[in-house]
Write a protein that binds this ligand. Structure first.
Ligand code: TXA
Ligand code: MG
Length: 312
């Protein structure tokens, strides 16, 4: 069911949940300060209770309602990258409900760069919102993905296809060293350039400890997802496999063959939609062209991370 922004604000204020557009992926939103509303998010998604949520704000002044001991680096990053695809993990205010942070002493906050989301947050926020997919499935980047996951039972605020298509970078600023817990469109280099401090990139054991969400299966279509390098490509390509190329220019596009010719922005925007489309069309295998080691593109780490998890 597609609803208006006024209706969405009413639902949120009355303790309900609404799917909302953001520039990264669609979120499933509730009033961050109503525990029973936040609980509906966990129930609806089937999300494990120990996986904390990101709180979305529309105005930098809302940050102090949520976080305390905010380091200067967070202020600098907010100035540079908000609204935008950066979530910062900070010491929480005690007033933030435990259900939002899964009992952690920290809270993740971001200001999304989408006019519809910002307007709704200014009417009814701050809003806590995980990606709006059913737990384990690819994140939704189109309203139709949400209608399909919940059979139309979750109201959706329409905002077009998500501009970026991959979830925000999660940066932990609550410890001594700024640490990226999840790769996204804002990279370690971009962060380092602003704060002039070394930024650690998470390894799997650290992310298990620090970001509970990374423990769970994610982004998985029903089809199996595998990497392949150019030497593995069989010619002719199999009609039974769904292919995603991002550099190869030789292939002819078809229903099951997609090529991005170096345009990783478009590739990222479409990735989760391809996962879902391959399932709808009945393919049981998706092959994704590997990235070169140390591919310098801003999105290559985030893309590699999502495809790796989908292929686990
Ligand atoms: O782009 C995005 O971030 C989207 C849109 C809707 O804003 N949201 C999103 O939320 O991807 P979700 O819940 O699917 O992923 C949030 C990630 C999880 O890996 C979670 O464990 C981590 O952020 N996280 C949230 N709060 C945290 C905290 N206090 N400490 C460490 N990690 C946290
Ligand atoms: Mg998610």
């Amino acid at each position: 069911m597609i609803i208006s922004i006024e209706k969405a604000a009413d639902i949120i204020k009355q303790g309900g949940i609404v799917a909302i557009p953001t520039e990264t992926v669609y979120g499933l939103a509730a009033d961050a300060f109503q525990t029973s509303a936040v609980n509906k998010i966990f129930e609806t998604k089937g999300r494990p209770a120990d996986n904390p949520l990101i709180v979305h704000i529309s105005d930098i002044e809302q940050l102090d309602l949520l976080a305390q001991n905010i380091p200067e680096s967070a202020r600098l990053l907010a100035e540079q990258f908000w609204p935008g695809p950066l979530s910062m993990v900070l010491d929480r205010q005690n007033s933030v409900p435990d259900i939002v942070t899964a009992g952690l002493q920290t809270v993740a906050v971001r200001m999304p760069n989408h006019p519809v989301a910002l307007e709704l947050i200014s009417k009814a926020g701050p809003l806590t919102a995980p990606s709006a997919n059913k737990s384990g499935l690819p994140s939704p980047t189109r309203p139709s993905h949400i209608i399909e996951d919940y059979e139309g039972k979750v109201p959706v605020l329409e905002g077009g296809p998500s501009e970026i298509g991959l979830e925000s970078t999660v940066l932990d600023l609550s410890g001594n060293t700024p640490t990226i817990l999840r790769h996204g469109a804002i990279t370690a280099d971009m962060i380092q350039n602003i704060i002039n401090l070394p930024v650690e990139e998470t390894n799997s054991s650290l992310s298990l400890r620090k970001s509970p969400g990374t423990r769970y299966t994610h982004y998985k279509p029903s089809a199996s997802v595998r990497w392949f390098g150019e030497s593995d490509v069989e010619t002719p390509l199999s009609p039974d496999i769904y292919y995603l190329f991002h550099t190869n220019e030789v292939v002819n596009p078809a229903e099951n063959i997609h090529t991005y010719r170096g345009n990783l922005e478009s590739f990222a925007r479409d990735l989760f939609d391809h996962f879902r489309t391959a399932d709808h069309l009945g393919y049981s295998q998706i092959l994704v062209e590997s990235f070169k080691k140390n591919d310098p593109h801003q999105l290559s780490k985030a893309l590699r991370d999502r495809i790796n998890r989908a292929s686990d």
